[in-house]
Unconditional design. Structure first.
Length: 148
């Protein structure tokens, strides 16, 4: 038998994770996300997203210079073009309001599944690479490779 690849492991981890509005896990995570403590919020995201390292920032501008006008909106995020201060690289910055994650276990589960899937992707020229997952007191930031 062959060993499962990273993407099937991520899919099974994602499928086995269930949150309900009344579950103690969701209430605890929601409490940490609402606390306005960057460390608590980052730890909560890190706990539910196996293998995803979540960095803490006081402000988005500590790590990224983002354009003011979004170029896209998703179901859970606002999408901006930005420059990473660490290396000057142009990136796509997905900004998820932490309040949005506290509204519904479905929204939290959706973001969790996306982070786990992106983290499991191998490095390949045809796949978008996730660079950073950062948490500010109010926003989850996901920086991704900009494909032009």
């Amino acid at each position: 038998a062959s060993a499962p690849d990273a993407s099937s492991s991520a899919a099974s981890a994602t499928n086995s994770f269930t949150l309900t509005k009344s579950s103690s896990s969701f209430r605890h995570i929601r409490s940490d996300l609402k606390s306005k403590s960057t460390k608590k919020a980052a730890a909560a995201i890190g706990r539910i997203c196996e293998g995803v390292q979540v960095l803490t920032l006081e402000r988005q501008t500590d790590a990224f210079a983002a354009e003011e006008t979004p170029f896209g909106f998703g179901q859970t995020a606002t999408i901006l073009r930005a420059r990473r201060h660490a290396d000057g690289r142009q990136v796509v910055l997905k900004m998820v309001d932490l309040k949005r994650l506290t509204e519904s276990p479905d929204v939290l589960s959706q973001v969790r599944a996306e982070l786990i899937a992106l983290n499991a992707l191998p490095t390949h020229a045809c796949l978008v690479q996730m660079y950073d997952v950062c948490c500010t007191p109010s926003t989850l930031l996901i920086s991704l490779e900009l494909m032009e």
